[in-house]
Design a protein around this ligand. Sequence first.
Ligand SMILES: CC(C)(COP(=O)(O)OP(=O)(O)OC[C@H]1O[C@@H](n2cnc3c(N)ncnc32)[C@H](O)[C@@H]1OP(=O)(O)O)[C@@H](O)C(=O)NCCC(=O)NCCS
Length: 278
Amino acid sequence: MGGRESIWPKPCRPPRHEGIARHALDAMNPPERRPVSPSLRDAWPDDEVHLWKIQLDWPESVLARFRRDLSVEEQQRADRFVFDKHRRRYVVAHGAMRSVLSRYLGCDPRQVEYQTNSKGKPAIKPGLGDGILQFNLSHSEEVALLAVTQGRAVGVDLEQVREFSGRDGIVEKQFSAAEWEEFQRVPPPLRNEAFTLGWTRKEAFVKALGEGLSCDLRAFSVSLTPGEEPRLVHIDPSLEGRGPWALGHIDPEPGFCGALVVAGSGFVVRERVWSPEV
Ligand SMILES: CC(C)(COP(=O)(O)OP(=O)(O)OC[C@H]1O[C@@H](n2cnc3c(N)ncnc32)[C@H](O)[C@@H]1OP(=O)(O)O)[C@@H](O)C(=O)NCCC(=O)NCCS
């Protein structure tokens, strides 16, 4: 398990590629899981947000172990993927999430139970642990991020920076007027990155709210210019909810960017790297 800390809200975006250290997947020969995992709840200050990075491409031996921990519903969902690669990544993401959450809850991974709100946001089922654990998951290609807090609403989003078909149309129709104007000021070679920054920040916010994409994405504005401070520029009063909100930039690894939105301020983000023996 690796880790580093940062105080939020961050004053500015960290230099590119200064994210969590890349995992040496090739060199790894994962040991068998320990029968009793040490608790992650001990000595966890309540102002600390944990951000786990999970690599999703692992050999079949690791997959088999995590598949056994999934609920019947999760196993059925895994089996519905058309492509094997997607099935495998789903199994690892959800198996790893169970493994991590079980250690905060002090139970076996198979005992972790979720409930979802009307928009699909999962939460820990009441009655498990002390009821304050909150989390959010995002995955893109071979990487996932899992944010965990004590009582703070949280949303995380991760995307690969790439060419998006219909990019400019999405900015015109789904982004706010202020975001559209800022996007026009970004030099064209940086617009794929600007779009990804804007999109992940917007998704992280609607995921923190628990609304997902059912939320009116034009009812709030985020900054999106590469290299500039990540900011929630404006939030329509109808969306304020449990705010104030803090928005931060994540550089999980080259070619990806992400965003984390957490309710409140004055907290520390501790970044951790998940591996099967954790
Ligand atoms: C949530 C949503 C924004 C995810 O965006 P995405 O970039 O495709 O996916 P990400 O990898 O970032 O996040 C997916 C994870 O977010 C979580 N999630 C799902 N719905 C969520 C919501 N409303 N709010 C916050 N998190 C949510 C889940 O853990 C999900 O993981 P899973 O798909 O492996 O189970 C989008 O799918 C959405 O809006 N869904 C809601 C659809 C809806 O309104 N459904 C209502 C009927 S159920």
